[in-house]
Design a protein around this ligand. Structure first.
Ligand code: MV4
Length: 447
């Protein structure tokens, strides 16, 4: 490949371009009116305006983006995460235009996008899934019957959802009856399908995912796990690898299961198998993400590999560059997602970033889409940067993170950096003994 179009913005567009340029590949950026001064536009070899700030008038305009790709004669399109990255129709249109979609097969994207179908596929492949319905649950009576058979609380989820969108926890029959209609209506409005299903709610769970990679020759490897239990309203805030709580035997079993899950769909390119882990270390398949994830740098730091490079290599038909035995997990990485938000109310805080500076030292990696004087636009995700801190041990990486945040300078907008300082001092975080309830249960005292 000589030229790649990046159908995305911000930090991920910049991060993909960096790898392309290192590989001697030219890049094409597409950007909205709100983003003309962004670092990713300046970094690209070529850049094209695709419309107004609103995402449906720019970053989601697949025909416009594809037209530019054809005119520019690009060999591949990298979709990043979000936007068109898990849109099977877009991936098909890219292939039909004779361009390589840097990601899995469109049919796999489609299959995994339907959470009932993906659950069923995994059940049939002998992968443990959360106890719950085998098909969609169309009536409230059926939902109540299922909930009674497995016991409350249960989680009502939209089949078209994922990543925490369109799911609601129900404590008892009254709550389920109250939520059933509205969850279906919301599913219809958001995802175009009112299909919902019921799962047993796993209490005090951990959310652990395994990075997998496949090529055109049937090879599949895993690149270890990421613990993503620290979330707020299903927005991930901190991710780390290795997981600080899982036993070695549970981890090994999880890697093997993830590879079997990926093999069941003949998976190609980068993917992530999400598991929910209960207090007895039983783990269950939740969903598969068919894209490069936001938190992929955590995996890059502990394996020393460039996942975007791997994506490009396998997309152009090469074999995976390493076999399982060559892929080692070394040290400890923690990622902190820096958001432009009020740390007390968690409301977005867009505006001009008057100053954005930090001290570089070994073990610090900052993937930022913005720099000093950039403006954080209200039209997009308020994530400013990912701060990935690496150490030989978890303790060392926590100590380095404390140093990093004590020197971080951000002026002009509010961010969640104060939350990280509190998390780093928290005894449950330090012990590694935390679950998905961590941020819900804690009233962190922000200075
Ligand atoms: C669950 C769950 C417990 N039981 N499903 C949220 C993100 C999405 N990928 C899956 N998620 C969850 N699904 C069942 N059956 C717990 C989560 C979950 C979570 C729930 C509440 C608060 C924080 C959470 C963090 C990660 C996962």
């Amino acid at each position: 490949m000589k030229k790649i179009l990046i159908a995305n913005r911000g930090e991920i567009a910049l991060r993909i371009m960096n790898t392309c340029h290192r590989m001697g590949i030219e890049t094409v950026a597409v950007y909205s009116d709100a983003d003309s001064d962004m670092p990713f536009v300046k970094a690209a070899t070529y850049a094209f305006n695709i419309g107004e700030p609103a995402v449906n008038k720019s970053y989601l305009r697949s025909e416009v983006i594809l037209e530019i790709a054809k005119n520019e004669g690009v060999d591949g399109i990298h979709p990043g995460y979000g936007f068109l990255s898990e849109n099977a129709d877009f991936a098909r249109a890219v292939h039909e235009a004779g361009i390589i979609f840097i990601g899995p097969d469109p049919d796999t994207i489609e299959l995994m996008g339907d959470k009932i179908v993906s659950r069923k596929t995994m059940m049939d492949a002998g992968i443990p899934v959360v106890p719950g319905s085998e098909e969609g649950t169309s009536t409230l009576e059926e939902a109540i019957r299922l909930a009674e058979s497995m016991g409350y609380p249960v989680m009502l989820k939209a089949s078209g959802g994922g990543g925490g969108i369109g799911m609601v926890r129900c404590e008892n029959e009254q709550a389920l009856a109250k939520s059933f209609g509205s969850t279906k209506a919301r599913a219809k409005a958001y995802f175009g399908s009112e299909e919902v299903f019921v799962e047993k709610y796993i209490n005090n769970a951990r959310h652990v995912e395994v990075q997998v990679f496949g090529d055109d020759f049937g090879n599949i490897v895993h690149l270890y796990e990421r613990d993503c239990s620290i979330q707020r309203r299903h927005q991930k805030v901190v991710e780390e690898s290795p997981s600080p709580s899982l036993s070695d035997s549970a981890k090994q079993e999880m890697y093997d299961t993830a590879i079997r899950a990926a093999a069941a769909v003949n998976y190609k390119n980068a993917g992530t198998i999400e598991f929910i882990v209960d207090e007895q270390e039983n783990f269950y398949f939740l969903e598969m993400n068919t894209r490069l994830q936001v938190e992929h740098p955590v995996t890059e730091q502990i394996t020393g590999l460039d996942l975007v490079k791997w994506q490009i290599l396998v997309a152009r038909g090469e074999k995976l560059p390493q076999s399982q035995n060559d892929i080692q997990q070394k040290g400890h990485a923690i990622e902190f997602r820096l958001y432009a938000e009020d740390p007390k109310s968690f409301l977005p805080s867009p505006g001009k970033l008057e100053e954005f500076n930090w001290k570089e030292f070994p073990g610090v990696r900052v993937d930022a889409g913005y720099s000093s004087n950039s403006t954080v636009s209200p039209f997009y995700d308020p994530m400013i940067a990912k701060c990935i801190i690496y150490g030989n041990t978890r303790k060392e990486s926590i100590e380095k993170a404390e140093l990093f945040f004590s020197d971080l300078i951000i002026k002009g907008i509010k961010t969640n950096a104060p939350l990280f300082k509190e998390i780093l001092k928290d005894s449950d975080f330090i012990s590694g003994n935390y679950s998905t309830s961590f941020l819900t249960n804690k009233t962190l005292i922000i200075e």
